[in-house]
Design a protein around this ligand. Structure first.
Ligand SMILES: [Zn+2]
Length: 248
């Protein structure tokens, strides 16, 4: 599923192209109230791509398999098309968990991990009675993290996914926070992780999947200590971790 770095990559591809263009016509699941509006900016809000319009905002959530591309074509998986004054935006979604809607307010979400301070992260985390992995997946706690980057950050910080947030010391949480920011930043620089269907706004793949240390690597040796990585379920999400070097 596309997470913060993948959505940021799509946004960075669209931001130089869309502002100033008018939405002339829409097809499929695109909201008709967007027609006639001028796109003023393209931003990311958590895992949402946000188009600022001259009146309201258009939100696109890629769900599991969504792709938002500058492309005039279409396929059997094309769910929506936006005909703009000087481009066509196409939204494809094989599994149909993606969403497109217009709104005047943002959906309720927690802070963005790239905009948060270390002290604020520690205070927020220590106040929550939850398993740390469940917390990282919770969009009302932090917006933008998902299964890939939660597994990678916990591995980097040597924290067990089932560790209780309230029991983690300040130095360990500071470590986790720095891991989250470093990994998200590196993943953005790599154009995100292309797992299943993710592509950027030009149809290109990211390369951060080649650098995953833990995510999806259960059954393989830990890159740090050689112990076989294990898989458990945390809030119904497959979670890969090292039972030796990730501690509660
Ligand atoms: Zn290990």
């Amino acid at each position: 599923m596309p997470e913060l770095p993948e959505v940021e990559t799509v946004v960075r591809g669209l931001a130089p192209v869309l502002p100033g263009q008018t939405i002339l016509r829409v097809e499929g699941a695109a909201p008709v109230e967007a027609v006639g509006r001028v796109i003023q900016a393209v931003r990311r809000y958590g895992k949402f791509i946000v188009l600022d319009l001259d009146g309201g905002m258009l939100f696109v959530h890629l769900g599991m398999t969504g792709q938002l591309r500058l492309d005039e074509g279409q396929s059997e998986f094309t769910r929506a098309r936006f005909h703009l004054s000087d481009a066509t935006l196409r939204f494809d979604d094989i599994r149909k968990f993606g969403k497109i809607f217009c709104a005047r307010d943002y959906p309720q979400r927690g802070p963005d991990p790239l905009e948060l301070s270390e002290a604020a992260f520690i205070a927020l985390t220590q106040a929550r009675r939850a398993r740390i992995k469940a917390l990282l997946l919770d969009q009302s706690f932090l917006r933008g993290m998902g299964n890939i980057y939660a597994d990678e950050a916990l591995f980097a910080a040597r924290i067990h996914p089932l560790a209780l947030a309230t029991r983690l010391s300040r130095p360990r949480l500071a470590n986790l926070f720095r891991a989250i920011q470093a990994i998200l930043t590196e993943a953005i620089a790599a154009g995100g992780s292309s797992i299943s269907d993710y592509v950027d706004s030009r149809g290109g793949k990211g390369s951060y999947q080649d650098r995953h240390q833990a995510y999806g690597r259960h059954g393989q040796p830990c890159p740090r200590c050689g112990t076989t990585l294990e898989r458990i379920l945390v809030v119904q999400r497959g979670t890969s971790f090292c039972p030796r070097c990730q501690r509660r």
